[in-house]
Ligand binder design. Structure first.
Ligand SMILES: *[C@@H]1O[C@H](CO)[C@@H](O)[C@H](O)[C@H]1NC(C)=O
Ligand SMILES: *[C@@H]1O[C@H](CO)[C@@H](O)[C@H](O)[C@H]1NC(C)=O
Ligand SMILES: *[C@@H]1O[C@H](CO)[C@@H](O)[C@H](O)[C@H]1NC(C)=O
Ligand SMILES: *[C@@H]1O[C@H](CO)[C@@H](O)[C@H](O)[C@H]1NC(C)=O
Length: 296
């Protein structure tokens, strides 16, 4: 009686082990993977329970493209003939440095040089002799645009400030803020224009009219999220005082000096010419004596 029980247990355990090693289960990260435009990302997928994937077939593909995978691993090597778009920028890369990769069932995909077309779902399909399984990872891509460019246009008692920046995805928001002795104030953008670049990224443009008597700090911030924003600011007070007094005084003085100098030179030349003329006419000197000074 005791012997039969032991025997049954052994058989049962044996069956369980065979079942476990035959059933492939692909386990992928549930969180949406966020990537930066132009950079690289790893889409993590692994087999549970852990098993060696070196002799399995691994197929990474986009929805409805099972027949033309972006990465296909078969007979211990990668075949990437199917999709030009991914040929040079996809690889099987362990999801963390400690992992031994395929040996321990890590079938993660690395993508380089991310573009907007990579946004969406990726399927990871793994198959062996007797079993297969498929799972998915979601990828989203954002692009941080250029530092905004501010330009100022002065009128009699107001200033028109415009702010522009390109290279964003998705569409960013824009905010104007002015800081004075009274504190911070938000100014509503009097215009907000989005445009799309050829590569699908967005440009944003806005301007505000502010009274030039508010000598304060104006900033324009373009924002995707808390960690993805670019801010640029200008000290309106400093700009105005320089433009209106200092620089203009200096320029006016320089201009006046130039005019006086020109008048002086003119008079000098006139007198000289006049005296030459008189000398030639009276036959005392030859005018060409003065010419070589100008030629050499
Ligand atoms: C997926 O993997 C995680 C971490 O290795 C594990 O905790 C979880 O149980 C696995 N899920 C399935 C369905 O096997
Ligand atoms: C992939 O890289 C090779 C060599 O670096 C290059 O010759 C080929 O044109 C590239 N293919 C694509 C689709 O970018
Ligand atoms: C991608 O991320 C952006 C910014 O976080 C979000 O607005 C957008 O809805 C996301 N798109 C997808 C397809 O998840
Ligand atoms: C402010 O300047 C922008 C150009 O930089 C121009 O498009 C806009 O019409 C100007 N606004 C006013 C009120 O002049």
């Amino acid at each position: 009686m005791k012997e039969t029980f032991v025997c049954f247990s052994v058989v049962f355990l044996g069956v369980r082990l065979i079942m476990a090693s035959d059933t492939i289960a692909v386990n992928c990260t549930k969180a949406v993977i966020m990537g930066k435009y132009g950079s690289s990302v790893i889409l993590p997928c692994w087999l549970t329970p852990e098993m060696n994937a070196e002799s399995l077939e691994i197929r990474w593909y986009r929805p409805d493209q099972f027949g033309s995978p972006l990465l296909f691993y078969q007979n211990h090597k990668i075949i990437t003939n199917f999709q030009d778009m991914y040929r040079n920028r996809s690889s099987l890369t362990p999801r963390n440095p400690q992992s031994t990769g395929l040996k321990q069932g890590d079938v993660s995909l690395r993508l380089d040089n991310l573009g907007l077309k990579d946004i969406g779902v990726f399927h990871c399909y793994v198959s062996g002799d007797k079993s297969y399984n498929d799972n998915t990872v979601k990828l989203n891509v954002t692009a941080l645009g250029s530092l905004p460019l501010l330009s100022l246009e002065y009128y009699h008692d107001s200033v028109n400030i415009s702010c522009s920046s390109c290279g964003w995805f998705p569409q960013p928001s824009l905010m104007w803020k002015s800081t004075s002795e009274k504190g911070d104030a938000l100014s509503d953008p009097q215009s907000l224009i989005y445009s799309e670049q050829e590569n699908g990224l967005f440009c944003i443009y806005s301007w505000v009219i502010l009274s030039s008597s508010d000598s304060n700090l104006i900033s324009c911030s373009v924002t995707l999220s808390e960690d993805e924003k670019r801010i640029v600011s200008v000290d309106l007070g400093a700009c105005l005082s320089v433009d209106n007094s200092g620089v203009w005084k200096i320029l006016f003085t320089l201009a006046l000096l130039c005019v006086l100098a020109l008048v002086g030179i003119g008079l000098f030349l006139y007198r000289k010419h006049k005296s030459e003329y008189e000398k030639v006419n009276s036959g005392k000197a030859l005018p060409h004596r003065f010419l070589p000074h100008f030629i050499t």
